[in-house]
Design a protein around this ligand. Structure first.
Ligand code: SF4
Ligand code: SF4
Length: 100
């Protein structure tokens, strides 16, 4: 079905078939609960460049000038993009159960 046909058939969200969507924003829902890995910062290696913050697709890294980045584990999905993009290998992805 084309985008135009979809627009004609589903004029409001009430026209949509039942589907598992959420009715609350992720700010009210701790969506980080399903991650398998979590990022852990090595402050000895980190140069506070905040490239990790720029690449996080989930806005789960807090960055303030001249401070180390902080991970928001309540919303981080554990995708590992921050660790992949970090130029200093300062982020290690560890199994969630090993972080307890
Ligand atoms: S990208 Fe790496 S070096 Fe840069 S702030 Fe993030 S953790 Fe630190
Ligand atoms: S693991 Fe993914 S979601 Fe979590 S802080 Fe890194 S880039 Fe963001």
């Amino acid at each position: 079905m084309s985008r135009e046909e979809l627009k004609k058939e589903f004029k409001t969200f009430e026209d949509l078939p039942l589907t598992p969507i959420t009715s609350v924003p992720s700010s009210a829902n701790q969506t980080g609960g399903w991650k398998t890995f979590r990022p852990v910062l090595d402050k000895e290696k980190c140069i506070k460049c905040h490239i990790c913050w720029k690449f996080c697709p989930d806005v789960s890294i807090k960055a303030k000038e001249d401070e180390f980045p902080e991970f928001d584990y309540d919303h981080c999905k554990g995708c590992g993009i921050c660790a992949y993009e970090c130029p200093k290998d300062a982020i290690e992805m560890i199994l969630e159960e090993e972080s307890q």
